[in-house]
Every structure is written in C-alpha cells, then in structure tokens.
Design a protein around this ligand. Structure first.
Ligand code: SF4
Ligand code: SF4
Length: 135
C-alpha cells in the first residue's frame, strides 16, 4: 500500500463531475479530502491523501491526467521561508502534525514538509510570515 498527499487542480468543466468517486470505485483508492476550494474562476482545488496499491495509484493518476486534472505533490504548495523564521516557536503548539517542531537542546525550529497537512493553523500565529500556503 502507498500513501500520497497531492493537490488536484480542476478546470471549471469538471467541478461537478464525479471524479473522486471514480478514484474510489474504479481504482480502489481510499480518498481523504483534506481541503477543498473553488476559485473565483470556478476552477477547483482539492488537497487529498490517497491510499492504495501502486497499480491503482498509477492508473488513477493516468485517469486524472487524461481528463485534464493537474496533479502535483502537496509539498510544492507549502513553503517555510527559513530566512524569515526567527525560531520564536509561536507555531509549535498549534501545528497538529509536528511538521513544525523545535529541537529542545538548541531551540531551533525546523519544518518537515512530508508531515504537513496544509491546515493553515500556523499562518495567523507566525509574526514574520515565514509560512506560506499557495492555495
Ligand atoms: S500548515 Fe498545519 S500541518 Fe502544516 S506546518 Fe502549518 S500548522 Fe503544521
Ligand atoms: S512562528 Fe514563524 S517565525 Fe516563529 S518559529 Fe514558527 S515559522 Fe518561525
């Protein structure tokens, strides 16, 4: 079994299509929708966690590409601007996954992209705009 966190970008013509149920039924994937947004131009953006067998995952991505859905890894859409971070630790207690964590010996904050679920809880608490989520 594989697990992947991805962002889907839908053109407006697909927003009301049963794309997700097809991933579940035809490709045997477990879909956890983490975030969903429709832009003013009515394009759709979904952040998903997909779980399934490698073959189902590959076939599901092929299907998405064929119908015109752009797929990218979630990691590309979350940025930690290390140069702006003052290691103040204000974000540490709000991050639910420990993607932002502090090394207690030297109080240095680090960001582990693969743990981030793009919940945005760190955005309002960071005084230096060091976290950015590109949705
Ligand atoms: S977006 Fe959420 S999970 Fe990601 S670093 Fe910020 S608080 Fe943590
Ligand atoms: S709140 Fe912002 S500046 Fe403070 S440790 Fe977190 S990312 Fe760095």
């Amino acid at each position: 079994m594989q697990k992947k966190r991805i962002v889907l970008n839908y053109p407006s013509r697909l927003v009301d299509q049963p794309v997700i149920s097809k991933l579940v039924k035809d490709y045997d994937l477990i879909v956890n929708i983490m975030r969903a947004r429709i832009t003013p131009k009515e394009e759709g953006r979904l952040v998903l966690e997909l779980t399934g067998k490698r073959a189902g995952m590959e076939a599901g991505f092929k299907y998405l590409s064929e119908i015109g859905v752009k797929v990218q890894p979630l990691a590309q859409d979350v940025k930690w601007h290390e140069d702006r971070c003052t290691h103040c630790t204000a974000c540490i207690s709000v991050c639910p996954t420990k993607a932002l964590d502090v090394e207690r010996t030297n109080m240095e904050v680090s960001f582990k992209r693969d743990k981030c679920i793009a919940c945005e809880l760190c955005i309002p608490v960071c005084p230096y705009q060091a976290m950015e989520i590109l949705f």
